[in-house]
Design a protein around this ligand. Sequence first.
Ligand SMILES: [Zn+2]
Length: 263
Amino acid sequence: MLRLVESTTMPISSVTPAIVLRSWSFGESDKIVCFLTESHGKVTGIAKGAKRSRKRFVNSLEPFSLVNLRFHDRPGTSLAFIQGCDLIRFFKQLTTSLEKIAHASYLMEITDGLSGERDENRALFAHLRDGLNFIEESGTSVLFVTFFELKLLMLSGYQPMLSQCRRCGKGWRGEGQWAFSLRDGGILCEGCSPFRREVLPLSREALGAMVQLQRANGILALHLSSYPATVLRESHLALLRFIQYQVGRELKSAPFLDAFSTS
Ligand SMILES: [Zn+2]
């Protein structure tokens, strides 16, 4: 005789520190929230009743929140069930000026764009957390944004090659007119640039700054660096174009950030 055995197994819960990247309303009472977690990569889940019962999710589903997330997976859907979310820290200072909001939103959007669902990457989580913390405590600068972009690209597996030509392998020694190729993910020498239709011309100074910042050990090392504002801006704009190319769409926060990226 055939017996149907109903599974009584309870779903297995996961608990992890997480940063709220985005959230939006779903139906009358629910919210969908996208997190970058420490141990499960990006997790998108449904918070049932989040719009009605603020008790279960007290201020913990807003962007710029570092939380302790409890969730479990549901069969047949990639949308997790959010059981609870306890606020560890709200980066309050990030919301005190438009400039900080613009920078923090940009950091979150590019990290979101370059990270994968359920792709564990603890270093990437720490990088975003430290980046938000840096803006909270030290403010903003193009130098910091450029450093953040370079390290993010490295941690997410898109590190651009800046030491030698991507096409012929010639080493860069600070001479000549080199260019950045979005398609090749790195620099091209003067002889190879004409072989690509879409390249960004890059000044010697901007390329030099990117090479140095790519090697910088941490955010604190930035205090030792000094570059002209125009050089940093050129480096940042090249990296922004490269990130947009990898993400495959225009970044919503980029024009907002651009309004503040003059120093
Ligand atoms: Zn070449």
